[in-house]
Design a protein around this ligand. Structure first.
Ligand SMILES: NC(=O)c1ccc[n+]([C@@H]2O[C@H](COP(=O)([O-])OP(=O)(O)OC[C@H]3O[C@@H](n4cnc5c(N)ncnc54)[C@H](OP(=O)(O)O)[C@@H]3O)[C@@H](O)[C@H]2O)c1
Length: 476
């Protein structure tokens, strides 16, 4: 009251009018004879039907009243439950966000069908929607890498922001992004993703003016995020620095999603244990066949099944190059074409010499067969030595050459192989064309299951990361 009286002469117009009303009300309250004050959670009707809930927000002492028999909440001033804002607009009072959040937590467990707001208005609502809305929690993401995969994920996130809120009860925001050369950003209120995507496309920088020059691990530390999503470029030789990014995130109690297969190929068991020890989630569906469920298919839909072996076509570039050679095109122009279409690496030897396929084979062997391999343990042969004559001879015998990835257990040891093999033209494997991929999984109880990903685009990669995020949210 004193601070309001002191302030009133400095105010004008509506603010002055409002302050005068407040002073009148508070003076009126102060002049009341108080019998006693109600307590939080106190029943305030004789039949036990009405309880008082202390819900302070921008002023202490605000209460809400809950009528059990009609699932009705008479909301206190700070409880602006209509979803617009938390009544924080009044310049006369300090708005305490933490108090408001605590108030919302208190009422989020109630069964509410109808809200009568202190400032007028009545809302009859579906209680499930209401509960989710009332309990809406923030969920902050830290993105490492803002290349093709990351931006495809961001596009899905922007387009589905509202449906994610409804589905999960979480308001998902990106609070940090790291790149190698395009600058980095931290914004605890949520980065404007559309703007960042446009900036990269037009200026090759993540922001027009303000970017941070910060080491990626420091950015993870300062992001204050709930999950770190590792989407930096793959280092096939050691999985770094992505492994160190993941270790840093686990050290900070952050969940991790990785689209980068390096960490799964080089240090899966250690990272999995770190996550388990801290009760954190570690998800990696995108690392093999983008968003096509491979790991999740086995984990969630084949309970009690043991995977005995797998066999697949998992590298687009080699598949495409052999196919072009079948059409009579030469090796060099096929690689050039694959690079133009954006699925071959700038350094094609990673694909051609079977390294990319070896990393995927390692990831599958480590996860599905409980292996502890690295890409160096894979018996690897690429397609560099394959000639047009080899391809033609195979074709004459109604066969095709395909780069096959295999994993199985022999004498208790997990074995991984990558090699070009002849397959009959009538075989499903022979009909996996261009950028499509296939994996066949043989299990003890369900026999052989085959999954095909048909001509994926970058959206399928974005979806893999998005689906991991939704799984994480639903398991929290
Ligand atoms: N593309 C796909 O279809 C696909 C499918 C499945 C999995 N993946 C995996 O997803 C990851 C990303 O693929 P992509 O196609 O998006 O690659 P990309 O377009 O080359 O983007 C890589 C991003 O990582 C950033 N980066 C590199 N090193 C970094 C570091 N130390 N700290 C922070 N950022 C760093 C790069 O920064 P600059 O922009 O400054 O260079 C770039 O933004 C790779 O590991 C890839 O294997 C991709």
């Amino acid at each position: 009251l004193e601070s309001l009286i002191a302030k009133i002469d400095t105010l004008e117009g509506k603010e002055k009018e409002f302050a005068a009303q407040r002073i009148e009300i508070i003076q009126g309250v102060e002049n009341c004879e108080v019998d006693r004050y109600v307590e939080d959670n106190e029943t305030i009707s004789d039949d036990g039907d009405v309880i008082c809930i202390d819900t302070p927000g921008h002023m202490p002492g605000h209460i809400s009243v809950y009528v059990k028999s009609s699932n009705t909440l008479i909301a206190g001033d700070a409880m602006n439950v209509t979803g617009h804002e938390l009544s924080g607009a009044n310049p006369l009072f300090t708005f305490d966000m933490e108090e408001a959040a605590n108030s919302i937590k208190k009422i989020s467990n109630l069964e509410i069908d109808r809200i009568i707001c202190y400032h007028g208005g009545e809302y009859i609502i579906d209680s499930q929607v209401a509960l989710k809305r009332l309990a809406l929690k923030r969920f902050n993401l830290c993105l490492i890498g803002f290349g093709n995969a990351s931006r495809a994920f961001c596009k899905i996130l922007v387009d589905h922001h509202e449906s994610v809120k409804k589905m999960t009860g979480y308001d998902v925001r990106v609070t940090a992004i790291a790149t190698k050369s395009k600058g980095s950003l931290i914004d605890k209120n949520g980065i404007d993703l559309e703007k960042a995507m446009l900036c990269v496309e037009t200026n090759n920088m993540i922001h027009e003016t303000e970017t941070l020059d910060m080491d990626t691990r420091s950015l993870i530390e300062q992001s204050g995020a709930d999950v770190m999503i590792e989407m930096s470029a793959l280092s096939i030789t050691d999985g770094q620095p992505a492994i160190s990014h993941i270790e840093k995130a686990f050290g900070l109690d952050m969940h991790v999603i990785t689209a980068n297969k390096g960490p799964i190929a080089w240090k899966y068991k250690v990272l999995k244990k770190m996550a388990e020890d801290k009760n954190l989630q570690f998800l990696y569906e995108t690392t093999v066949m983008d968003g096509t469920p491979v790991f999740n298919l086995v984990k969630y839909t084949l309970p009690g099944c043991r995977v005995k072996s797998f066999k697949g076509i998992l590298n687009s570039t080699t598949n495409f190059v052999i196919e072009e050679m079948e059409k009579g095109n030469d090796y060099a122009s096929a690689i050039k074409q694959a690079q133009l279409e954006g699925f071959a690496e700038a350094d094609p030897s990673l694909d051609i010499d079977g390294w990319d396929a070896a990393a995927k084979t390692t990831a599958l062997a480590n996860v599905l067969l409980d292996g502890d391999l690295t890409p160096l343990d894979i018996d690897r042969k690429g397609i560099r030595h394959i000639t047009a004559t080899d391809v033609n001879n195979a074709f004459k015998e109604n066969k095709k050459i395909k780069l096959i990835c295999e994993g199985y257990v022999e004498n208790g040891q997990v074995i991984g192989i990558v090699s070009p093999q002849l397959v009959n033209q009538s075989d499903l494997f022979a009909n996996i064309d261009a950028t499509s991929s296939l994996v066949s999984i043989t299990t003890d109880l369900m026999g052989e299951i085959i999954i095909i990903e048909k001509n994926p685009e970058i959206q399928q990669t974005g979806y893999g990361i998005y689906s991991d995020m939704l799984r994480l949210l639903s398991d929290l």
